[in-house]
Ligand binder design. Structure first.
Ligand code: SAH
Length: 271
């Protein structure tokens, strides 16, 4: 899938205003692909694909059954996975694959993880070390909004969600996706997630969908007491990426490694 150019807010109106001679209709003629693509996207949103069962809950119920078979047991996580319409977060052309256990491209060279990987990450966030009871997610910081799918799931499980994305095109698209599914209260930030988001810190839960060489120190600084952080990170000892779980308890930070994973790289700066 090719990356789309970042959306230019108010393109036709602003172009007309700046040049003084190009009217909005002419601007559309100059860039016919854009209005066509937007019209297609709008139409797809108004009418979810039919005949494929994507607009019914049944297809999501089947996905949830598969997730149970793969060891996802937390009812709240399963309920969220059963409720959020994953097909509305991917390109229309990929919608038929939205409920298969596969990762999908979301543009800009990025991918949305397989449902089972997302569900296991969420499940891990809800657990507490050495306790059978689940922990509330509270105030969540997500690094790597991507298409917004995981943010929509988090919004169903948490008190508040702040999600940061470094690719502006994805950040803008995620806002459209989240608005379309009614998750308007998710706070989306365009910026480098390696810096966390100090204005709304501390967070009870920090989750990263991208893995770097280390875990930025500032994420720990923004982690609240009794907070939990889950992030992929490169480990030379394991010869690849591992999932790191860090808990802040009364003694300080406690770190555990949860096996090999494969997430996109945690990049620097914004794009
Ligand atoms: N949770 C997302 C998964 C997106 S993949 C979803 O449901 O779609 C990981 C995302 O992390 C990519 O969109 C990538 O652009 C973003 N990313 C990588 N490095 C980042 C950084 N430093 N700050 C913010 N986002 C970053």
């Amino acid at each position: 899938m090719t990356a789309r150019p970042a959306r230019t807010a108010g393109f036709p109106a602003r172009l007309g205003g700046e040049s003084g001679s190009v009217r909005p209709a002419d601007a559309d003629v100059l860039r016919p692909q854009r209005p066509l693509r937007e019209a297609a996207r709008e139409a797809a949103r108004r009418q979810p694909p039919t005949g494929l069962g994507l607009d019914s809950e049944a297809v999501r119920r089947r996905m949830v059954q598969r997730l149970r078979g793969l060891g996802v047991t937390h009812e709240a996580v399963l309920a969220a996975m059963g409720a959020v319409p994953r097909h509305q977060f991917v390109d229309t052309a990929l919608a038929t694959q939205a409920y298969e256990d596969t990762s999908l491209p979301i543009g800009h060279g990025q991918t949305i993880s397989k449902p089972v990987v997302v569900a296991r990450m969420l499940q891990l966030l809800c657990e507490r070390p050495g306790a059978a009871s689940l922990r509330p997610l509270g105030r969540v910081l997500e690094i790597g909004t991507g298409c917004g799918y995981q943010a929509a799931l988090l919004a169903r499980l948490a008190q508040r969600v702040v999600s940061i994305e470094r690719v502006q095109g994805l950040h803008l698209k995620a806002r459209e996706h989240l608005d379309a599914v009614g998750a308007r209260d998710v706070r989306l930030v365009f910026g480098d997630g390696r810096l966390g988001h100090a204005p709304l810190a501390p967070y009870d839960t920090v989750i990263s969908a991208a893995g770097g060489e280390d875990i930025p120190e500032v994420w720990f600084e923004q982690l609240a007491p009794q907070g939990r952080l889950v992030a992929p990170m490169h480990s030379a000892a394991h010869g690849g990426q591992v999932l790191v779980v860090v808990d802040r308890d009364d003694q300080g930070l406690r770190r555990a490694i949860h096996g090999g994973v494969h997430f996109v790289p945690l990049a620097n700066g914004v794009a």
